[in-house]
Structures are given as C-alpha cells and as structure tokens.
Design a protein around this ligand. Structure first.
Ligand SMILES: CCCCC/C=C\C/C=C\C/C=C\C/C=C\CCCC(=O)SCCNC(=O)CCNC(=O)[C@H](O)C(C)(C)COP(=O)(O)OP(=O)(O)OC[C@H]1O[C@@H](n2cnc3c(N)ncnc32)[C@H](O)[C@@H]1OP(=O)(O)O
Length: 185
C-alpha cells in the first residue's frame, strides 16, 4: 500500500467524552436520509456502526450484488463511501457536525460480492476545525474472509456550523426523521 498522506506534527488527540456510547454500543445514524447509514434511504447501503474501545469506531457493510464494479467485486466508489461514513462516525466523538474535505483510499485486495466488511476508524488528531482520521477494512465473512487488511483510508474532516446546510434545505428528498444537518447523538 502507498500513500502521500502526512500528518502535521502539532495535532491534539481528543479523549473519549462522557456522552459517547460505551464500547460495544451502537452509534446512531447521523442523518436518516444518508446514502451510507440512513434507515430512510431505500437505495442506500444501510451501514451500521459500533463504538469501540478508546476513540475507535467500527462499521459493517454487506457487499450486495448491486455494488459490483469489476466482475464479481465491489465498486471502488462504494468502498470509498463506506470509509467516508466510518471515518465521519469516528468524528462524532467531538459532538459537532463535520463534512469531508479530503479522502484517499488504497485498494489492496479484491473484495468479492457477498462479503461482509468490517471497517475500523479513529481520529489521529485535530487542530482547529481540522480532524485527521484513518481507517482500514477487513473481510469478516465470505469466501476470502481473514485478518488481511483489504483497503485503507485517510481523511480530513472539517467541523461546520449546522447552518452549513441551510442553503440546501429546499433540495432535501422527503421528510427526514432525524434533525436536518445535525447529528442525533
Ligand atoms: C453527506 C452529508 C453528510 C453530512 C454530515 C453532517 C452532519 C453529521 C454530524 C456529525 C457527523 C457524523 C457522522 C458523519 C458521517 C458521515 C460523513 C459523510 C460526510 C460527507 O461525505 S460530507 C460530503 C462531502 N463534503 C462536502 O460536501 C464538503 C464540501 N466542502 C466545503 O463545504 C468546504 O470546502 C469545507 C467546509 C470543507 C471547508 O470550507 P471552509 O470555508 O469552512 O474552510 P476553509 O476552506 O477556510 O478551510 C479550513 C481549513 O481546512 C483546510 N482544508 C479545507 N479543505 C481542504 C482539503 N480538501 N484538503 C486539505 N486541507 C483542506 C484549509 O486549508 C484550511 O486550513 P487552515 O485553517 O490551516 O488554513
């Protein structure tokens, strides 16, 4: 795997806040219409997330046939959504909304349709509004399941004010069941 990503050396590392779910507990979806995690998005990926020890979170994705890119394997864009979503969830630790500014992926091994992927993500540090995150994926169920890391990701997230989404509110598809532009945490 290769990457041009370098972490600044003046980062602060957040500690786990009291409001964050305990290790093993589910994390709430951040937005019910979200393509990655929303339970009110029938065409979406319906990812689920769990708080892990420390400042780590994990997410699961079942690779449905409709996520096919090359013959029999997951589309790289779908994998990128899953990383975006998991690393965004890791930023929930701060309790403020974030958006992705930069995301980069290394695709290390082919991932067959029907696999269940587990993603693990954490914040590596922050400075001001900038949150630096990383994550990796493993196949936990399926014909090629094992301990090998099949893809890795690094991403920069920026904290935003809830008003960030106000100009978009006329474009929301239907009535959302979670607060618009905010976390339900
Ligand atoms: C899909 C919607 C998701 C909505 C989530 C919202 C709330 C949820 C609540 C909590 C989160 C929980 C879970 C989240 C789960 C999943 C998340 C999915 C997230 C997405 O999928 S979200 C969609 C894709 N995303 C966008 O739609 C962003 C479009 N974009 C912008 O809205 C602006 O671009 C913005 C706001 C990013 C920055 O704009 P801005 O004006 O506020 O700030 P500014 O430009 O001044 O940058 C400040 C400092 O960041 C540095 N910086 C900025 N961009 C950089 C880059 N790319 N590379 C390197 N450095 C960068 C500058 O260099 C400067 O650095 P310095 O301070 O050192 O000078």
């Amino acid at each position: 795997m290769s990457s041009t990503w370098t972490l600044p050396d003046d980062l602060d590392l957040p500690t786990r806040p009291d409001f964050f779910p305990a290790p093993g507990e589910a994390l709430p979806q951040h937005w019910s219409k979200c393509f990655g995690c929303g339970d009110d998005q029938p065409s979406g990926m319906a990812m689920t997330f769990i708080a892990e020890e420390g400042i780590e979170v994990s997410g699961r994705l079942t690779v449905a046939n409709r996520y096919q890119g090359g013959p029999g394997v997951i589309h790289g864009g779908i994998l990128s959504v899953a990383f975006d979503e998991t690393q965004g969830m890791a930023c929930m630790l701060l309790g403020v909304p974030v958006v992705t500014g930069h995301l980069e992926i290394d695709f290390a091994k082919p991932i067959p349709l029907g696999s269940v992927l587990e993603f693990r993500a954490r914040m590596d540090g922050m400075t001001g509004r900038k949150l630096y995150t990383s994550a990796e994926a493993r196949i936990v169920e399926g014909p090629t399941a094992g301990d090998d890391v099949v893809a890795t990701s690094r991403g920069l997230f920026l904290t935003i004010k809830p008003e960030h989404f106000t100009p978009m509110k006329d474009f929301v598809d239907g009535e959302a069941t979670s607060p618009f532009g905010s976390s339900t945490l």
